[in-house]
Ligand binder design. Structure first.
Ligand SMILES: Cc1cc2nc3c(=O)[nH]c(=O)nc-3n(C[C@H](O)[C@H](O)[C@H](O)COP(=O)(O)O)c2cc1C
Length: 169
């Protein structure tokens, strides 16, 4: 029974964590048990029936914690219903069109037979960590481009697939 879902995330500035929390909240509302956890803190993936992994995008790659999580748990992930999401673009592009996964994430999707991926808009605001991050914000290129209704709609589709399977089994 695919009722217990992990939403694991890799974040530097916390915005991907908030997306993961929103995804877990929708899964919970739809009748599944879901928790969002930092990818680096998860010790036992086998406790979960399905997994969503999300990572912030940095220089064309998923956040290191998300990459390591996938590598460390590849066997368990390959045996479970699995979805990925990325968060990054600091403009409206992610709400306007489907942005494919970066190449590392695409390869992991193929290897682990992941069911889907979505790129959500990112967020970079005052107080962000790192020199480049602060420069982006100072130059007026930051902002919050996360589309929470879109995030919630995606999470509801994931829940729908899992609940359909639950019914069939
Ligand atoms: C140094 C740096 C590099 C980034 N590289 C990318 C990138 O390659 N692609 C992208 O879409 N967004 C990129 N971004 C934007 C971040 O992915 C975005 O701010 C995201 O929401 C960060 O997630 P977090 O708050 O969970 O760390 C970059 C931001 C910084 C500061």
């Amino acid at each position: 029974m695919p009722g217990n879902v992990l939403v694991a995330y890799g974040t530097t500035n916390g915005s991907t964590a908030q997306i993961a929390e929103a995804v877990a909240a929708v899964l919970g509302k739809e009748g599944l048990t879901a928790e969002a956890l930092p990818a680096g803190s998860v010790t036992d993936v086998t406790r979960y029936d399905a997994v969503v992994v999300g990572g912030g995008l940095y220089a064309g790659r998923w956040h290191r914690d998300a990459r390591r999580f996938v590598r460390r748990n590849r066997r368990a992930l390959a045996e479970r219903p699995l979805w990925f999401f990325s968060s990054g673009p600091l403009d409206a592009s992610a709400s306007e069109k489907d942005i494919p996964p970066v190449s590392g994430v695409r390869r992991a999707m193929i290897r682990l037979d992941a069911r889907g991926h979505v790129t959500f808009g990112g967020c970079l605001q005052e107080g962000a960590k790192g020199r480049i991050a602060r420069m982006i914000v100072r130059n007026g290129k930051g902002g919050d481009f996360r589309d929470f209704p879109g995030i919630e709609a995606w999470a509801a589709r994931v829940a729908g697939q899992l609940l359909d399977e639950q019914e069939k089994n």
